[in-house]
Ligand binder design. Structure first.
Ligand code: HEM
Length: 373
């Protein structure tokens, strides 16, 4: 039997959807336009979070493969670009929220207290699946943790806390999966399985650090001018010296105590520098897009956080939030510190001009056909 023709309203469930904006009341009738806007924007944003999570899970699954099939990297990049678009959508809605005055918001604010966006389980899931470490979390201010805030008021589990608990078990995170993929990156044609790989990687890092040191000397020379006094010169010397020290510590992963983990972290960082430095190599075409997409994705998530904080400052000023945090200060702290892909950002500080790069070895391995004359 042929199925009945589909209608728009059945497929999109329009009538069901339009019944959901009344908050705690039976119907929207008694609510102001501001309150319905407030509820609707939150609902739309939760739907964007839902889509963000779906993309994130697919991308994580893709990078959790070993090896990651080369032809699927473009899919990962496309997913991350979609995530960028989704974060931008959420951030854009804050402008709409700003059409509400402080007084208009105060008219219904007490009704929602002590509820807060702080209880958005989906945002927590996104953070966890990306790989945000619990130790980086900004405390809400009281004794309770972000997990406590997700529970019912009597301390029992809620749909939100159950969701987040399940996500905490869901490994690897995207950051872990991407690290494993980066770790396998061929550096100067050598992979971790190859004999002598550690020496090849160390050779590359030493050559890179030597070039980096020469470049900082060069930058120091450019910073020289007549107006400087001895104190200025000493400060500049220290500053560039500091750059050299930081580059070394970072690439050799001296911040990592365990020797095995230090070697692994150093190889991951070397891979990032390698991909960024020799980006035009055909074999690195997709890896380089992946790295760019990761930066764009994390940047978009930070812009979302910052934009939210600016909107909040405009609507309620610097008063405490309904969830009990310090409000804008708390939000600004999260925008500053909730970073997962630290290494991807850190290599930007020590990248070199193309002309200053150490020579590439095994160019053919990366698909670059040398001019054989
Ligand atoms: C007038 C509008 C809004 C105000 C005044 C506001 C205020 C705040 C404040 C002060 C916090 C910090 C926690 C607390 O103490 O409550 C917070 C957290 C949060 N808000 Fe909003 N918010 C508004 C709209 C929105 C919208 C439209 C969304 C969209 C999803 C949203 C999502 C969140 C999320 C996810 C958090 C948790 C952030 C984190 O802990 O990292 N908020 N909000």
């Amino acid at each position: 039997m042929a199925r009945p023709p589909t209608t728009y309203w059945e497929y999109i469930r329009v009538e069901d959807l339009l019944k959901l904006q009344s908050g705690l009341a039976e119907t929207e009738e008694g609510l102001s336009n501001d309150e319905v806007l407030f509820i609707t924007i939150h609902q739309i944003d939760e739907l964007w979070f839902k889509l963000l999570l779906r993309e994130l899970i697919s991308i994580r699954d893709l990078f959790a493969q070993s090896p990651v099939p080369e032809q699927s990297l473009s899919e990962g990049v496309r997913g991350m670009r979609r995530m960028v678009g989704l974060f931008h959508q959420v951030a854009q809605h804050f402008a709409l929220m700003e059409t509400m005055t402080t007084r208009d918001y105060l008219a219904f604010r007490d009704k929602l207290s002590p509820a807060s966006g702080f209880q958005s389980a989906q945002l927590r899931e996104i953070e966890i699946l990306m790989g945000l470490e619990s130790k980086l979390r900004v405390p809400l201010g009281g004794e309770s943790t972000y997990m406590d805030a997700l529970k019912n008021h009597d301390g029992s589990d809620s749909p939100a806390s159950r969701r987040v608990s399940r996500r905490l078990e869901d490994r690897p995170t995207l950051a872990e999966a991407v690290d494993a993929w980066l770790w396998r990156t061929p550096i100067q044609g050598s992979t971790p399985q190859d004999e002598g790989d550690a020496e090849v990687v160390r050779g590359f890092l030493d050559a890179y650090l030597a070039q980096h040191a020469a470049e900082t000397q060069r930058s120091r020379r450019f910073a020289e001018h007549e107006g400087l006094d001895d104190e200025d010169r000493a400060r500049l010397d220290r500053r560039y010296e500091d750059e050299r020290r930081r580059a070394r510590e970072f690439l050799l992963a001296e911040d990592v105590e365990d020797a095995e983990e230090r070697a692994r972290r150093s190889r991951i960082r070397a891979a990032l520098v390698f991909i960024e430095s020799y980006r035009e190599l055909p074999l690195l075409a997709w890896p380089r897009e992946v790295v760019d997409a990761i930066v764009a994705m994390e940047q978009a998530s930070l812009i979302f956080r910052q934009r939210h904080a600016r909107m909040v400052e405009r609507v309620i000023g610097r008063r405490p939030g309904t969830g009990g945090s310090s409000g804008v200060d708390y939000l600004d702290k999260t925008a500053l510190t909730y970073r997962v892909f630290e290494d991807v950002w850190a290599v930007r500080r020590l990248q070199l001009r193309r002309d200053a790069l150490p020579p590439l070895e095994q160019a053919r391995f990366y698909g670059l056909v040398a001019d054989e004359g």
